[in-house]
Design a protein around this ligand. Structure first.
Ligand code: ASP
Length: 325
């Protein structure tokens, strides 16, 4: 009996030690975040302060040994709560005036992933995606019954009135391609693990039930240790059809291209000729960061162990100081 108790105590201690895992095996770390690309000049002051504050916090946490998966979730959750972006509280409404959100998170450590799509009641879709990943049974939960499942896992449900654009279709539902945007984060931690997270309300006045690229692994989100972590924003249908984030990863993994070269190839050689606007943020296994877009601008920023956070909307910083391939 006593022996049994002692074994249980040791197991509990071991479990809590691994939950509080501190990453300090390497000095190098990096983090990047985006608040969506845009194809028309901005009418309002962009929330660059929110991005900068999130990066500052993330930088301190990564330096202290936080896991990249926790950092990307926290950044995206903060953006969802801010109401300043098309995600979470600020998600745009569909043709029927309902907010439907999509999100995904991916841990490069073991390529584990969790995602939710067409969620109408979730305060934080990215937290729900993480719960799906950690439940370790399925990857993507969709629609009302998927939503019931993630609420059972612990995701917080809110009334429709929580969402700023609930009931407000800001544009005539003619074609999909006006008010949009997405948030995302990528990080490399001091264990060398990569992670990515993406969350969106999709397109304003989208057809109810439409799902974009954001919750789809290999399209709007991707992370594989030793290679890259990526989060996308842009015309989701093209990101799905051309598997944009997996394509970038393949260019790096099999074509041995640098992160920036691989991202440029997809944004400018694949998407641009199709008139598909888009942006990507990424960090590679060495801690190189790139934040690039083929549109008018993209709300974005990054920080590394060597560089304090920088943020931009139009022209501005797009790559961290190179560390090599
Ligand atoms: N990619 C998102 C979607 O298609 C929208 C965006 O990033 O602007 O749902």
């Amino acid at each position: 009996m006593r022996l049994g108790l002692a074994v249980l105590c040791i197991m509990a201690l071991a479990a809590s030690a691994s939950a509080a895992q501190v990453c300090q095996t390497q000095a190098v770390f990096a983090v990047a975040a985006h608040g969506g690309e845009f194809n028309h000049p901005l009418k309002e002051a962009p929330p660059l302060g929110v991005i900068k504050a999130a990066l500052e916090k993330a930088r301190g946490e990564l330096k202290a040994g936080a896991r990249s998966i926790d950092v990307v979730e926290e950044i995206v959750r903060t953006f969802e709560d801010s109401g300043a972006f098309n995600a979470g509280r600020g998600a745009v409404a569909d043709q029927a005036g309902l907010v439907e959100t999509d999100a995904a998170i991916m841990d490069g450590d073991g390529q584990r992933a969790g995602a939710v799509a067409s969620m109408t009641r979730l305060k934080n879709p990215i937290v729900a995606a993480r719960l799906v990943m950690d439940a370790d049974r399925h990857v993507l939960m969709a629609g009302d019954r998927g939503q019931d499942y993630v609420v059972k896992l612990g995701a917080v449900a809110v009334p429709a009135s929580y969402f700023i654009y609930s009931g407000k279709v800001t544009r005539k539902p003619v074609a999909m391609h006006d008010k949009h945007g997405t948030v995302g984060a990528v990080a490399l931690d001091r264990c060398g693990h990569l992670a990515a997270a993406t969350s969106t309300g999709g397109y304003d006045a989208k057809v109810p039930g439409r799902v974009g690229d954001s919750p789809l692994v290999g399209d709007g989100v991707y992370a594989a240790d030793g290679v890259v972590a990526l989060s996308g924003t842009g015309w989701g249908e093209y990101y799905i059809r051309y598997n944009v984030s997996k394509d970038v990863a393949d260019r790096m993994r099999y074509g041995h291209q640098t992160l920036a070269a691989a991202m440029k190839a997809d944004l400018f050689d694949v998407l641009k000729p199709l008139k598909a606007d888009g942006g990507l943020i990424g960090v590679d296994a060495k801690g190189n960061v790139a934040v690039l877009y083929n549109a008018v601008g993209m709300l974005r920023g990054y920080a590394t162990d060597r560089e304090a956070p920088v943020v931009a909307d139009y022209a501005g910083p797009s790559e961290s100081a190179p560390r090599g391939k």
